[in-house]
Design a binder for this molecule. Structure first.
Ligand SMILES: *Cc1c(COP(=O)(O)O)cnc(C)c1O
Length: 355
């Protein structure tokens, strides 16, 4: 068995994989595979409805919001958000807290003026920019709740006078949030919510339809809302597996319970990084992520042997992103506590060996 610390597509609960595998052969006793049923079949409509219901339940989504399952990944949302929200000649505000945020703001420049209100680029994104002014004439403020590559996380969200648009790809459903604070939330499923191929969107209905711009049907939130995420054939299997994963989360006690676990896990790992003489953390203490834990070795000669030790122990996906180096342990919701301690033990063993 492998211990999967990969950043994405990330680990899924083992029970979910078993259910998904069974559904590929015979979906709910229909005698058909989930891969070969009509998306208009009542059996699939039930899956989609259940997925939407679980999102609403787990996040306590208030009235006035729509929940969508779209394609194109978070990267499509980088364009879709400004397309739908940034009026011709208007302005949008962006916090540049990492490479994904940078990609989002670059895409927005195709649609109007972009004001980068804060950046941590000069430090290679080792902290979350905090003191900034949000222009009241901006159409929205775009933020990234968790910076997957660098291992920083917004533990408090800015109080914004304009709608808050948030890329939650790598910490969606890892912690409680107040949906009412946001105008638009989006997340590629493949980090913490399901398999690749589907993107969750939670959008406040009354922020739409204000750009005066013609929007292609597939890229228009309104069309997707009216079509109930089925304007065209939706990614049936990815939605199915996301639904199973959300259901698993609910059975674990929901977002509040997993948040406690996630916080406990990350605390143990950061403590080990601090304590262990061979390693050191990368990011500002107060901004450290509970999902993607980045760290480096004090002595560069230790990097390869530690990776080798991890490999021997079945630890995979631990190598840091090329723009940060070192290591990144993604400790998503589905990571079993046993796998987590295999990593902690490997770090301790490595320190013993290299005294
Ligand atoms: C992975 C990731 C993306 C890109 O997601 P795609 O679904 O591949 O487009 C965007 N933002 C964040 C924060 C990510 O972690």
């Amino acid at each position: 068995m492998k211990h999967n610390f990969g950043a994405g597509p990330g680990i899924l609960p083992h029970e979910v994989l078993k259910q998904a595998a069974a559904g590929v052969i015979d979906f709910n006793g229909t005698g058909l595979s989930i891969l070969e049923i009509s998306h208009r079949a009542p059996e699939f409509e039930a899956v989609l409805n259940e997925a939407v219901k679980l999102v609403k339940e787990l996040f306590e989504v208030p009235e006035g919001y729509s929940v969508l399952f779209l394609q194109g990944g978070a990267s499509m949302q980088f364009a879709m958000a400004p397309y739908n929200l940034l009026p011709e000649g208007g302005k949008a505000a962006y916090v540049e807290s990492g490479v994904w945020a940078n990609k989002a703001l670059k895409e927005a420049k195709n649609f109007g003026e972009v004001e980068v209100v804060a950046t941590s680029k000069e430090s290679n994104f080792t902290y979350i920019p905090k003191d900034f002014t949000i222009p009241a004439d901006a159409a929205y403020l775009h933020i990234t709740s968790n910076n997957t590559i660098y291992g920083t996380q917004m533990h408090a969200f800015p109080k914004s006078p304009v709608p808050l648009v948030c890329d939650m790809s790598s910490d969606i459903f890892s912690r409680k949030i107040n949906v009412a604070d946001f105008g638009l939330i989006y997340a590629g499923a493949q980090k913490n919510m399901g398999p690749a191929g589907v993107t969750l969107v939670i959008v406040k209905d009354d922020i739409l339809g204000k750009t005066g711009r013609k929007i292609p049907a597939m890229l228009n939130y309104q069309t997707q809302i009216e079509g109930g995420s089925m304007y065209n054939t939706p990614p049936v299997f990815a939605i199915y597996v996301s639904m199973l994963t959300l259901n698993w989360l609910k059975s674990k006690g929901g977002v509040e319970a997993i948040e406690k676990e996630n916080k406990a896990k990350s605390a143990v790992l950061y403590e080990e990084i601090e304590r262990n003489p061979l390693f050191k953390p990368v990011c500002a203490t107060e901004d450290r992520s509970d999902m993607n834990v980045t760290f480096v070795v004090n002595n560069p000669e230790h990097e390869k042997p530690f990776l080798k030790l991890c490999d021997e122990k079945g630890i995979v996906g631990i190598k840091g992103h090329r723009s940060v180096g070192g290591f990144r342990a993604s400790i998503y919701n589905a990571l079993p506590i046993t796998s987590f301690y295999v990593l902690i033990d490997a770090m301790r063993e490595f320190a013993e060996k290299n005294k």
